[in-house]
Ligand binder design. Structure first.
Ligand code: UTP
Length: 298
């Protein structure tokens, strides 16, 4: 099979982030910091590792901090140069995006993830594209989107990243109805958004990484409001399960953290903090001491 190289990625960042109020009253959720980097930086790095060269942000009011983050910071850079802080200059260099590599489109109202993706339709054209939700942060030896791009070269069609969830958690996810289970990859015959456990076709849930065909954009054009009064991306992908190209779920290797929730963000902070060579000893000592003290106090 000949598949087109995937060079464009959409980052939907127009949500309200209400689960992090009051912080998100003035700070975009995607700028919130995991150790010392904003969530969006993890998603950008993952996309770059997978070969993405064009980055499309779907933004909304109040997200200007996000746009500034990717710009050059001439005064700051001059000051660091004056102080010979080569290491910090290198850190900053990593955050800059080449002129023209990044595009912003606006979602005027938060009408759901499907609607946010649809807002980028004119920038996508007739090629498959990736979608990354920055609040899903994935720790993996091989970045999750790279795993997907490699598998997609074999399968074609649409692909979603998938992971097993506890049966009582299905109502928080889009869940796959599995047509053919090939182990690492499954062919999908249906998708249900946030089913109750008794209605869930499986416990294989979709997380925030997708490779989609342009047909999904056409489907979004037609789709009316789905579950929860929002335009669901799941519905537009589910329409493709019957197509010749099909829809595939990849059981990716890695640990996903739901940084859209407080508990998930805290879990990610501990895991990423302990994974940092420069922080792990002091941080682990603190955690050990903290739990020992809490146990002694019981
Ligand atoms: P969430 O479901 O986490 O919604 O969106 P949210 O608004 O960000 O957060 P809560 O639920 O109010 O706390 C998942 C992803 O889809 C984007 C979000 O920015 C996030 O990256 N999104 C969601 C949009 O871009 N537009 C929307 O209308 C909805």
């Amino acid at each position: 099979m000949t598949t087109t190289r995937i060079t464009k990625a959409i980052f939907p960042v127009a949500g309200l982030g209400t689960r992090f109020l009051p912080a998100t009253k003035s700070i975009p959720k995607e700028i919130m910091t995991l150790v010392d980097r904003p969530l969006i930086q993890y998603a950008i790095d993952e996309a770059r590792a997978a070969g993405i060269t064009e980055f499309i942000f779907v933004t909304s009011r109040g997200k200007s901090a996000l746009e500034d983050y990717f710009d050059d910071a001439p005064e700051l850079e001059a000051e660091l140069r004056r102080k010979n802080k080569a290491d910090l200059l290198e850190v900053l260099r990593h955050t800059n995006m080449d002129s023209g590599a990044i595009a912003y489109v606006r979602q005027n109202r938060p009408m759901g993830l499907g609607h946010a993706v649809w807002c980028a339709r004119r920038l996508i054209g007739d090629e498959p594209f990736a979608v990354l939700l920055p609040d899903d942060v994935i720790a993996a030896d091989r970045p999750c989107l790279q795993q997907m791009v490699e598998m997609h070269a074999e399968t074609g069609g649409c692909m979603v990243a998938a992971m097993e969830v506890a049966p009582h958690r299905t109502s928080s996810y889009g869940v796959l109805d599995i047509g053919e289970d090939r182990g690492t990859v499954v062919r999908v015959k249906g998708m249900v958004e946030k089913p109750k456990p008794e209605d869930a076709p499986s416990t294989l849930a979709v997380i925030g990484r997708y490779i989609l065909t342009p047909r999904v954009m056409s489907n979004l054009d037609r789709i009316k409001t789905g579950a929860g009064g929002e335009i669901q991306l799941t519905d537009a992908i589910a329409e493709e399960t019957g197509s010749a190209e099909g829809v595939f779920g990849l059981r990716f290797q890695g640990q996903r953290y739901d940084c859209g929730t407080k508990v998930g963000f805290l879990q990610a902070t501990v895991a990423f903090g302990l994974a940092r060579p420069d922080l792990k000893d002091e941080f682990a000592d603190f955690l050990h001491g903290y739990f020992a003290q809490a146990k002694a106090a019981q």
